[in-house]
Write a protein that binds this ligand. Structure first.
Ligand code: S3P
Length: 426
């Protein structure tokens, strides 16, 4: 059980580990490429380690030296048949993105995951990959473990995504990298665009939709990558600094990709003082420094179109909303139920622990009323973002709070407690 005590000051500067989404993709593109690539500031979370372990089993060489990761990729069509199942651990991004690559290989592979990942929906990647001719056998309920068989007949598709999902989009694009003709993915509501930005894919817009094209021409070459600090990790520190009076916190080199900055926009619209300095681009990806000041917040209406942009930040956003003027309400966010935990249910259960009036909907929830329990014991539900949300919330409660199974924070940020210690005073 982890205990958290009320803090009174947030000050100083942090440089956080690399963005998880960009880190996964840097590893994957390096492994596809023929030769040596390097990655600076790679995420040190378990999820990215899962991606690395899968590609090691496919024959890639991955070495870490002084904060730099050196990857010797196999080149087109040269992965070796793994001797055992690939383990995606807790990582949906690993399982879904690698599906696009495994579906077009000339050998059989098996992918498995932990208990949480084995419950998450895989139909969304199986369907388009089968339309491309992939032969995939999933477990009951279209879940992991999944088997991928060689197919003689892999074809390009033009596919409109039924759910806004960067993981599904990326799985199709990764399969499309192996084909001469053009595969197209069509999005109604934009999801994070790291795959297309990092591979420099052609993107067009028509009738309010985004169309991304890919072919073998876009197959990656060895490169030197830099992962900017993870904005989804930064979000926990941003909210903490906003909630504590007279705070001034600097977060350096944060990823400011416009498909990820919704959290900054929403918090600014709620009255949060967040300054962006030194904004620049490296390999197509934006980054900059954030300066955050303690602020008085008020709740606002959060529109449907921004939901995919803030999907991973909704847990911590709700904690900001709890301390803001007015009721916090989120709707049209049913995807939260398909994350590392059912996040709607996990959030509602922890808010009920505080004695709040919570209305749970199929696609969101509303928080109303005052905190009545001043000795809360929260559950992480084995979900890193739920654990960090209620850790931050505990730090602003008069009597702090406790958290069960806090260790899952290592999925995205193993150094969370040390980082907190560096910038907080009691
Ligand atoms: C991710 C996409 C999102 C996000 C996840 C990372 C990615 O998932 O929630 O943490 O790196 O592509 P969905 O594609 O399922 O929305």
């Amino acid at each position: 059980m982890q205990e958290f005590y009320k803090i009174n000051k947030v000050a100083g500067e942090l440089t956080l580990p690399g963005d998880k989404s960009i880190s996964h993709r840097s590893v994957i593109f390096s492994c596809l490429a023929d030769g040596v690539s390097t990655i600076k500031n790679l995420s040190n979370g378990e999820d990215v380690k899962s991606t690395m372990s899968c590609f090691k089993k496919l024959g890639c060489k991955i070495e870490q030296q002084d904060g730099l990761v050196k990857i010797t990729g196999k080149g087109f069509g040269n992965f070796t048949e793994p001797k055992e199942a690939l383990d995606a651990g807790n990582s949906g991004t690993t399982a879904r993105l690698i599906s696009g690559i495994l579906a077009v290989q000339k050998f059989k592979t098996v992918v498995a995951g932990d208990e949480s990942l084995s419950k998450r929906p895989m139909k969304r990647v199986i369907e388009p990959l089968e339309l491309m001719g992939g032969k995939i056998k999933a477990s009951e309920g279209m879940t992991l473990p999944m088997e991928y068989y060689p197919s003689e007949n892999i074809n390009v598709i033009s596919y409109e995504l039924p759910v806004a999902s960067a993981q599904v989009k990326s799985a199709i694009l990764l399969a499309g990298l192996h084909l001469e003709a053009e595969t197209k993915v069509i999005e109604k509501i934009p999801s994070r665009n790291h795959t297309e930005v990092m591979l420099n894919l052609p993107v067009t817009h028509s009738e309010g939709k985004t169309i991304i094209s890919v072919s073998k021409k876009n197959y990656p070459s060895p490169a030197d990558y830099l992962a900017p600090s993870d904005i989804s990790t930064a979000a926990f520190f941003i909210v903490l600094a906003l909630l504590v009076k007279d705070s001034r916190l600097t977060l350096k080199n944060v990823s400011l990709n416009e498909t990820r900055t919704g959290i900054i926009k929403v918090l600014q619209a709620m009255g949060g003082k967040i300054e962006i300095l030194n904004q620049r681009k490296i390999s197509g990806e934006s980054l900059g420094d954030l300066v955050i000041y303690g602020s008085r917040l008020k709740n606002i209406t959060i529109g449907e179109e921004i939901i995919p942009n803030i999907i991973d930040e909704i847990p911590i956003l709700s904690a900001a909303g709890l301390f803001a003027e007015g009721d916090f309400i989120i709707t049209k966010a049913k995807e939260l139920r398909a994350k590392e935990s059912d996040r709607i249910s996990a959030l509602c259960s922890n808010y009920k622990e505080l004695g709040l009036d919570v209305e749970e909907y199929e696609d969101g929830f509303l928080l109303h009323g005052k905190i009545k329990n001043n000795k809360p014991v929260f559950e992480s539900f084995g979900d890193h973002r739920i654990a960090m949300t209620f850790a931050i919330l505990s730090l602003v409660l008069d009597n702090g709070g406790k958290m069960n199974s806090f260790g899952c924070v290592s999925i995205s940020n193993p150094d969370f407690l040390q980082q907190l210690q560096k910038i907080t005073r009691q």
